[in-house]
Ligand binder design. Structure first.
Ligand SMILES: Cc1cc2nc3c(=O)[nH]c(=O)nc-3n(C[C@H](O)[C@H](O)[C@H](O)COP(=O)(O)O)c2cc1C
Length: 137
């Protein structure tokens, strides 16, 4: 199986999460500024939420990526107020013709006094278990 990991991370939370996915898959995570040039079985994509939205650079990355190069997209992310960035991430990729996995990972991401310290060690350990499940399916 081949993997790629991309993230948009304003405060380093998604980057930290992408590192965990990288350790599990053996692939170096890159930001969404790095185009995907190779074919992959799974593209892991991660982001947080700002003012209710996933940053537009994720969509730019998706637009520049050929859906034929990706067998399946797996979404992950964190946020402080809404349930999850995953529905927005899924929609971005689905609308462009990518297949998006039903399974995804979300945890809390700190914002000022809310959810201080998240993603924390427990969140990252749950993410590790999630990524292991995904690649062993
Ligand atoms: C200025 C700012 C605005 C934010 N707006 C929202 C928001 O509207 N809804 C939400 O659920 N989380 C919001 N968050 C929380 C972020 O989504 C959370 O910190 C996330 O973990 C950031 O991930 P990143 O560092 O990978 O970008 C906000 C955080 C900051 C600092």
């Amino acid at each position: 199986m081949t993997y790629a990991i991309r993230y948009f991370s304003k405060f380093g939370h998604s980057e930290q999460m992408a590192q965990v996915v990288g350790e599990v898959t053996g692939v170096k995570p890159e930001s969404v500024e790095t185009p995907l040039t190779e074919d992959v079985d799974i593209l892991f994509i991660g982001a947080g939420i700002f003012l209710s939205k996933v940053n537009g650079r994720v969509k730019e990355f998706a637009r520049k990526t050929d859906p034929k190069k990706v067998n399946k997209v797996v979404c992950f992310g964190s946020c402080a107020l809404i349930d999850s960035p995953v529905p927005q991430l899924s929609k971005i990729f689905e609308e462009l013709g990518f297949t998006v996995a039903d399974e995804s990972f979300t945890c809390r991401g700190s914002m000022g006094p809310w959810h201080g310290g998240h993603p924390d060690a427990e969140d990252l350990s749950e993410l590790k278990a999630f990524a292991e499940r995904v690649i062993n399916e």
